[in-house]
Write a protein that binds this ligand. Structure first.
Ligand code: BES
Ligand code: MN
Ligand code: MN
Length: 460
């Protein structure tokens, strides 16, 4: 890797220009009106893969947004690294909260500001550039397959079938992913756990029309009042979820493992300061890291109904809605949890209203071992470039398809992310540090080198 640092130094400007071009495309998977940009984004990924040197790249159609595949097979007797990432982004949200427009990337204080700067365009592009370096400098030690999807932010609905239908094409030895965060720039870490997810939407229907709140108020159930009341019943004073059976399958973590987790550096004061909150909150009996990593959670994501425009309108709304996410941990089944939710939510509904529950999406939790050659190769790579051994952590976020890769392809994913939890992904002013972007490009080639060496030495 003699030339690696030079290569990055000499191409910095070019890498950023190329990344900025991707960041200018509002590839929001969740709304129909961006379908053209989704297509444009898939094309651009394909172009970059070809430019970086893959033998072939293809835009693969699905029922939803396309998956981009690219591969470089140098020798079929060598192992294959599969790189997974996603080219779709979350909606920008309220534009007035952005200090600069979300799709006009800028660098400020050594950080790239744009929607997708970190999640996941910035992080996936590091892999394209690291691959380009390896190929150009005769340092590519194995085969590579890229699988870049466009539906991660909506639960990867088409990717399950795609993986199932393309098992042969997706044969490999390990999946490498940069779509998570590390603890700090001077404390690298590798995620070994992701939470699962069950996402539901509810509708509470009352009378057949909005009513005058004077003529009817106090005598007819108000669906918004009812919904709020029902939601507050779903957690108790210790922040435990009250849905019967919710915790039944939760894999308990041993005291030894909890003690091990507690050693990971975590600064609660800095955590609160970043969020500007005076105190944290969560399930009684667990630390913040445990609440995020090993315990499920219940969150109202949005609630609406009735009159929300300027001024006052005295109505009793006919219906109310809410979106709810439940983060899950290993062994909890998202479908089962959504069913338990539906059953309980209907059971606590008063007979003054009708309740509908729609399951939007879900995904399994994931844990990866720390003694696999994939993990060891990533840890050694980070140790080389950061000068410090990474610690294993469990993250609160979800990448629903990761558990399915294990199930369908028998492949473990290595979550070697370079973002920071303070990068404001999904929030206004998402950003990604230049340090992180270039450090990622520098670290990835060491992963390949270590992985192939360890693979060759591993007992077969
Ligand atoms: N990259 C994130 C997940 C993530 C972020 C994991 C930070 C660990 C640390 C991913 O793009 C994401 O946002 N996933 C969604 C999935 C959902 C929409 C199905 C999530 O976690 O909300
Ligand atoms: Mn992501
Ligand atoms: Mn995301």
């Amino acid at each position: 890797m003699n030339n690696l640092k030079n290569y990055i130094e000499e191409n910095k400007e070019k890498f950023l220009e190329e990344l900025f071009e991707m960041l200018r495309i509002p590839s929001v998977s969740g709304s129909k009106k961006h379908d053209n940009e989704m297509r444009q984004m898939a094309e651009l990924i394909k172009t970059h893969l070809l430019k970086a040197g893959v033998d072939k790249a293809e835009i693969c159609e699905t029922e939803g947004h396309p998956v981009v595949l690219g591969e470089k097979i140098i020798d079929t007797s060598l192992p294959t690294v599969i790189v997974y990432g996603h080219y779709d982004v979350q909606p920008a949200g309220d534009l007035s909260l952005w200090n600069s427009p979300p799709y006009e990337p800028v660098i400020k204080n050594d950080k790239i500001y744009a929607r997708g700067a970190n999640d996941d365009k910035g992080q996936l592009f590091m892999h394209v550039k690291a691959f380009e370096y390896m190929l150009k400098n005769n340092e590519l030690p194995c085969n590579v397959k890229f699988m870049i999807e466009g539906e991660e932010e909506i639960g990867s609905p088409s990717l399950y079938k795609f993986v199932e239908d393309n098992k042969e094409r997706l044969k490999g030895d390990v999946i490498l992913v940069s779509d998570t965060a590390m603890i700090a720039n001077d404390q690298p870490s590798i995620d070994v756990g992701l939470r699962g997810l069950a996402y539901v939407e509810v509708k509470v229907q009352g009378p057949n029309r909005d009513l005058h709140s004077g003529v009817f108020g106090g005598a007819v159930a108000n669906p918004l009042n009812v919904l709020c009341n029902m939601i507050t019943q779903l957690t108790d004073e210790n922040n435990k979820v009250t849905i019967p059976g919710f915790y039944d399958d939760v894999l308990l973590v041993s005291d030894e493992e909890r003690a091990e987790m507690a050693k990971a550096p975590f600064n609660l004061e800095a955590f609160k300061k970043d969020l500007n909150v005076k105190a944290v909150d969560g399930e009684k009996g667990f630390s913040t890291l445990e609440r995020l990593g090993i315990r499920p959670s219940f969150d109202l994501n949005g609630i609406w109904g009735g009159y929300t425009e300027e001024g006052a309108k005295t109505i009793l709304p006919e219906k109310a809605h809410a979106k709810i996410s439940m983060r899950l941990v290993p062994n909890q089944d998202p479908d089962k949890i959504a069913d338990l939710f539906e059953k309980h939510f209907k059971a606590i509904a008063p007979d003054t209203v009708d309740v509908e529950v729609t399951k939007l999406h879900g995904g399994d939790a994931y844990i990866s071992p720390t003694d696999s050659i994939g993990y060891l190769a990533a840890a050694k790579a980070m140790e080389t470039t950061f000068g410090k051994k990474p610690v294993p952590t469990r993250s609160g976020g979800s990448i629903p398809i990761i558990a399915f890769f294990d199930k369908a392809l028998g492949l473990k994913s290595i979550l070697m992310g370079f973002g920071l939890e303070t990068d404001a992904i999904h929030s206004p002013n998402e950003h990604y540090g230049l340090f992180n972007f270039f450090k990622g490009i520098e670290t990835i080639p060491y992963f390949y080198k270590n992985f192939v060496e360890m693979y060759k030495n591993a007992p077969k």
